[in-house]
Design a protein around this ligand. Structure first.
Ligand SMILES: *Cc1c(COP(=O)(O)O)cnc(C)c1O
Length: 451
């Protein structure tokens, strides 16, 4: 048994420090070593399989070891594994940029790259502020955002984030940003629709813009779904109103589509549902089909031109990451976009989303589920202590963890965010698998809400 789960777990725990983990938990919660993946399945070193219902941290969309993506990467690795992108270029980055510009909302014509989501957000924040300096408005240096947002783990991205669990400890290190209440429809009043609530909540945003626009560089937020904040959702009308107001007050709009891009919300990009074009759109996660780290920041010709001048004006964006637009990552992204094109993915997902809705509908009446909410291929169930008052279970009880452990036993990877159980599956999931997953989630929730 030198290759079983136990073997790898023991060796791991002697040297590896895992992300977003209290390592002491692994005294009681097993660490699961995965030896291979195929389609929606992950297989551990004891041969047990797990259905990957969270797309390995929301990245995978066409299954593990997808033959088409594998093939493209294999071809690329025999051609060119990496080259500096300063002064040099390569076919995969050119083709990928052309395709992204073609796919993105009208007006986004330039693509800058980074090597992970947080770094991509940093690019957008720096570029926005630098734009205002270049056009003679250096006083525009603050960022405005909504509560409960999440944009990454670096100091800049934590500054514009608002999930206390991840940011509170580091508050002393962060930028001073302005935050207004989120349009999160979980908090709408009884009988109120999503649109009405989101519209009403916009008054906070509008007021902040009226008051502070002269010092604000950009508004940044996650369009339609606040992922790490518990898959909280709002209506597209908020984004339409925000686009208008940003234009009115001369403030950039940065949309973080890192989690929601590439079909998660039912459209290729979430902002399409509001019919708007942001000044910056940041993509990562599913961009490479969940294969390799890569982020793309799309922006407008107007922003690009504000940096375009003689070197001596010092207007250039002198920002770089070592692995900017790595050719292997770009190839994975190209293969991913090809699958979207060839397989009519967005259309097929509509049926899957419908199955997700039907398979979980019974939970709406569950005494400890405050809400079952869905936007496209993201579905979330909010466990509460008291349904009527939406009183949350005390976080110390870690009820979500019980769902996680039950699902693992049954062979599903469901990793709740606190008390929010959610599905964000690869698009290769079948209706049958969705129904099975709903069963596992229901059992897990029933177990988790017992005293
Ligand atoms: C995951 C995520 C990020 C950060 O991306 P990393 O690659 O983990 O740095 C930023 N914004 C959103 C909305 C995300 O979901």
């Amino acid at each position: 048994m030198t290759t079983g789960n136990r073997h790898w777990m023991e060796r791991d725990l002697r040297v590896v420090w895992h992300p977003c983990t209290q390592m002491k938990d692994h005294e009681t919660i097993p660490l699961i070593p995965i030896r291979r993946g195929e389609g929606i399945w992950l297989e551990d070193h004891d041969g047990k399989r797990y259905l990957d219902a969270v797309s390995s941290w929301w990245t995978n969309i066409f299954g593990h070891c997808n033959p088409r993506i594998n093939e493209r990467i294999k071809q690329q690795v025999d051609q060119l594994e990496h080259v500096i992108l300063g002064g040099f270029t390569h076919a995969p980055v050119v083709e990928l940029s052309e395709r992204l510009v073609q796919l993105a909302p009208d007006g986004l014509t330039r693509v800058f790259y980074a090597d992970n989501g947080s770094a991509g957000i940093e690019v957008a924040l720096k570029m926005s502020h630098h734009y205002w300096r270049n056009v003679g408005q250096p006083q525009k240096k603050r960022f405005l955002t909504i509560t409960n947002g999440y944009h990454g783990e670096t100091l800049g991205t934590m500054s514009v984030s608002d999930v206390a669990l991840y940011t509170e400890t580091y508050q002393a290190l962060l930028l001073d940003c302005i935050k207004v209440p989120s349009p999160d429809c979980y908090y709408r009043e009884f009988g109120q629709g999503w649109e009405e609530h989101s519209r009403l909540m916009f008054r906070h945003m509008r007021k902040a813009l009226e008051q502070h626009h002269h010092e604000i560089s950009a508004v940044i937020l996650e369009p339609l779904v606040q992922g790490a904040g518990g898959m909280r959702m709002y209506h597209p009308v908020y984004l339409s109103l925000l686009r208008q107001a940003c234009d009115e007050f001369g403030v950039h709009l940065i949309l973080d589509e890192i989690a929601v891009g590439f079909g998660r919300t039912g459209t290729m990009f979430a902002c399409e549902q509001a019919g708007i074009t942001p000044d910056f759109m940041v993509l990562s996660k599913a961009l490479t089909g969940g294969y390799l780290p890569l982020a793309a920041v799309l922006t407008t010709e107007q922003v690009y031109q504000a940096f375009y001048d003689d070197y001596s004006t010092l207007k250039a964006f002198l920002h770089s990451h070592t692995y900017t637009a790595n050719p292997l990552a770009c190839s994975a992204a190209l293969a991913t976009l090809e699958i979207f094109e060839q397989d009519d993915v967005i259309e097929k997902n509509r049926e899957l989303a419908q199955v997700m809705s039907e398979a979980t509908a019974h939970l709406a009446d569950h005494p400890h589920i405050a809400e079952v909410r869905q936007t496209g291929m993201i579905l979330a169930m909010e466990m509460v202590q008291d349904k009527a008052g939406k009183t949350p279970f005390p976080w110390q009880e870690r009820r979500g963890m019980r769902v996680y452990r039950h699902a693992l036993e049954r062979g599903a990877l469901l990793r709740p965010l606190g008390n929010v159980v959610y599905f964000i599956p690869p698009y290769v999931i079948t209706p049958e698998q969705i129904r099975w997953l709903a069963e596992v989630a229901t059992e897990g929730i029933d177990l988790a809400v017992r005293d």
